[in-house]
Design a protein around this ligand. Structure first.
Ligand code: TA6
Length: 286
């Protein structure tokens, strides 16, 4: 199958759920329930013009998260370039529910990151679950370090209707206070202002409880020590050309990350793996 640039694959599972993954950035842009409800936020103003990263979905931040690395622009370059479709198949004869896309970099083109690598993203759609697995192989001869994140934009009913469970009493770096280290003393994280935090050595299970929809997202991360929580709120939203002024009300980012706890060092020929499994369900009594 020849996949044109900026093309996407559609994944389906037997109960009717669906997901979309673009070859541009290996970018998940949609995950719908079996009833057709959209679970992933994608900005109405998202720009589908390479090399611009798509606003929303699950940008793959690699080989750098934020400014945690040598590159001059935040979040690295994987989300700005085309991946190659390597696999599209499934468990049911009628539905492809898994895809793998690969970015091979020869070490040329980004002088601050001259290290060849192969980045593979595998996305699998299950009954009420979306799994994304990253693998990074050092295909060069020199060791290199990287930070990264699955910068996941969740669609929510309203930002004042959600709370996060699982990060209570955790240490975090506050990006709004020059990465000052603080401790979250809230039992549950609520949102009343711009929030931009890198939780350090965060628990591997984090939940978003949306009382507006009755939906719970249960995020289980593996290999990613940290978790980023971000909502731009009013002022930051107004400054983003590819993001609607009011859209901060309907999204929340929870991002499994290799960030504040320190970069991964990868020896030549070695492979690092990380994944997230997101399960959604209706809270009892909702
Ligand atoms: O993950 C949170 C964050 O680092 C925020 O500081 C904000 O910059 C966000 O990422 C979006 O970054 P982007 O480069 O996609 O506009």
């Amino acid at each position: 199958m020849s996949i044109k640039f900026m093309d996407k694959v559609v994944l389906r599972e037997e109960k009717g759920g669906a997901a979309e993954v673009y070859t541009h950035g290996g970018h998940v842009t949609s995950w719908k329930t079996s009833l057709g409800k959209e679970l992933i936020f994608l900005s109405k103003k998202a720009i589908f013009e390479p090399p611009k990263a798509i606003r929303g979905g699950v940008p793959i931040c690699f080989p750098q998260f934020g400014m945690m690395g040598p590159m001059p622009t935040q979040h690295g370059f994987a989300r700005n370039v085309n991946f190659v479709l390597k696999r599209l198949d499934g468990v049911a004869p009628t539905a492809c529910n898994t895809t793998s896309m690969v970015l091979r970099y020869d070490g040329k083109g980004h002088e601050t990151f001259p290290y060849p690598f192969e980045l593979r993203s595998t996305v699998t759609l299950g009954d009420s679950t979306l799994t994304q697995e990253l693998s990074v192989t050092n295909t060069g001869t020199q060791p290199f370090q990287f930070t990264c994140a699955l910068h996941t934009y969740f669609r929510i009913s309203a930002i004042d209707q959600v709370k996060i469970k699982g990060l209570s009493k955790c240490r975090y770096l506050d990006n709004l206070q020059e990465m000052r280290e603080l401790t979250d003393d809230q039992t549950e994280l609520l949102f009343q202002r711009e929030t931009d935090r890198v939780y350090l050595a965060a628990p591997d299970s984090i939940e978003i409880h949306d009382s507006g929809s009755g939906r719970v997202f249960e995020i289980t991360k593996t290999g990613f020590p940290d978790a980023v929580v971000w909502n731009p709120w009013v002022d930051k939203a107004a400054k983003m050309a590819d993001f609607g002024d009011e859209e901060y009300k309907e999204m929340l980012c929870i991002e499994p990350a290799v960030a504040g706890s320190g970069a991964v060092s990868l020896e030549a020929g070695m492979t690092w793996r990380g994944s997230q499994v997101i399960r959604h369900y209706q809270a009892s009594g909702a």
